[in-house]
Design a protein around this ligand. Structure first.
Ligand SMILES: *Cc1c(COP(=O)(O)O)cnc(C)c1O
Length: 363
């Protein structure tokens, strides 16, 4: 059997007729960027999250850097972020000229809330929390420390659509929640797409203006903005997926619960979920000291895996200028050297699940 780490085509075929009908509807509408589909999606997604505003943008990275731009955080400012994240989280900070200050993760791969305070300086303006792999972070202590030090709280929800902490949706705890709808995400489009969500009227309005060349009224520009618009086709597809998001999350949860129950191998540490947090299983990430061997062994059996992520941002070539050496974030670096994502996707068959479990157990 051949099993790929992810199968985006399966997600398409699950609702093929609806996606194809929507594509034709949009093509025939004569309106393609920022229109009725975008407006409807923004309303529906805001209502799903229980937040006042959603503003569609062109990608998750755009959502992040625009968020910090709108908050006025840039050169000379510091933003606290966890070390073990996808590099886009960090670029969202540095594109504006601000400096990332890294905190180590906890055993759930999320920001260790107890290590934030020691990183706060005069220059600290915000905390960027990333709900990595689909599990909500430990939001109560994080929100508390932000409040105590008067810091902005921004959430990177690119992997956590619909995940909750203490019953509250990720993306609604802080000043701004940033979403990506890249095809591989749990709420995925068929191209690039993203959004900013907020309860703040002013932030929402500023983002709306900023994403479209800084203009409220066409050809009358208030500020130097950017082009980061969501298109009608993607918004239309996202509205369809959003209807099924909870169902799709349940399906993935079922697969992961089976993995957790049936995988038995002392060489592997299986992922755990924090009490009070929900996990929407963007990835099923295990840890092992024998990663190279496991990857090779699974490959021989036709099973593909991915490392999320092999190089932590502070050691990437792009961030050499931060002068952070190997050993400066030991937990982050240990994770980078031991994590492995096993195949997981909507539309995964029972046989495929069984095959993966069997292979892992025989390693
Ligand atoms: C995917 C991702 C992003 C970036 O989203 P794009 O839409 O690819 O720009 C940001 N942060 C995290 C944690 C992600 O997984």
């Amino acid at each position: 059997m051949k099993i790929m780490p992810n199968r985006l085509d399966r997600g398409f075929y699950q609702y093929q007729e609806e996606f194809e009908a929507k594509a034709i509807e949009v093509l025939r509408s004569g309106w393609y960027v920022l229109g009725k589909e975008v407006e409807r999606f923004e309303k529906e997604f805001a209502s799903y999250l229980g937040v006042k505003h959603c503003v569609g943008v062109a990608s998750g990275l755009d959502a992040l850097w625009i968020a910090f731009r709108i908050l006025g955080i840039g050169s000379g400012d510091e933003v606290i972020v966890q070390g073990n994240t996808y590099i886009a989280s960090v670029m969202g900070i540095t594109i504006n000229g601000a400096t990332p200050v890294f905190v180590e993760p906890d055993e759930y791969f999320n920001m260790d809330a107890s290590k934030i305070e020691e990183k706060i300086t005069e220059k600290t303006k915000a905390v960027l929390v990333v709900h990595l792999y689909g599990q909500a972070s430990n939001m109560q202590p994080i929100a508390d420390v932000c409040k105590r030090y008067n810091l902005r709280l921004v959430e990177d929800c690119a992997q956590s659509h619909g995940a909750k902490f203490d019953g509250k949706m990720t993306g609604t705890f802080g000043d701004i929640g940033c979403f990506s709808f890249y095809p591989s995400k749990n709420l995925g489009a068929f191209g690039d797409a993203g959004a900013i969500v907020t309860n703040d009227d002013r932030i929402a309005e500023d983002t709306r203006v900023f994403r479209n060349y800084g203009s409220e009224k066409r050809y009358y520009n208030k500020v130097v903005g950017t082009n980061s618009r969501l298109d009608e086709m993607q918004a239309g597809f996202l509205r369809i997926r959003l209807k099924y998001l909870d169902e799709l999350a349940q399906e993935k949860k079922g697969i992961c619960e089976r993995y957790l129950q049936e995988m038995q191998n002392d060489k592997l540490t299986l992922p755990r979920t924090r009490e009070g947090a929900t996990h929407i299983w963007h990835q099923f990430v295990i840890r092992t000291e024998e990663r190279d061997e496991l990857i090779r062994y699974l490959e021989e059996k036709g099973i593909g895996t991915i490392i999320h992520y092999p190089v932590p941002p502070h050691l990437s070539e792009a961030y050499q200028y931060l002068n952070l050496r190997e050993g400066s974030l030991p937990v982050t670096e240990k994770y980078a050297n031991t994590v492995l994502s096993l195949p997981l996707y909507n539309g995964m068959t029972e046989e495929e699940q069984e095959y993966v479990i069997d292979a892992v157990n025989h390693f």
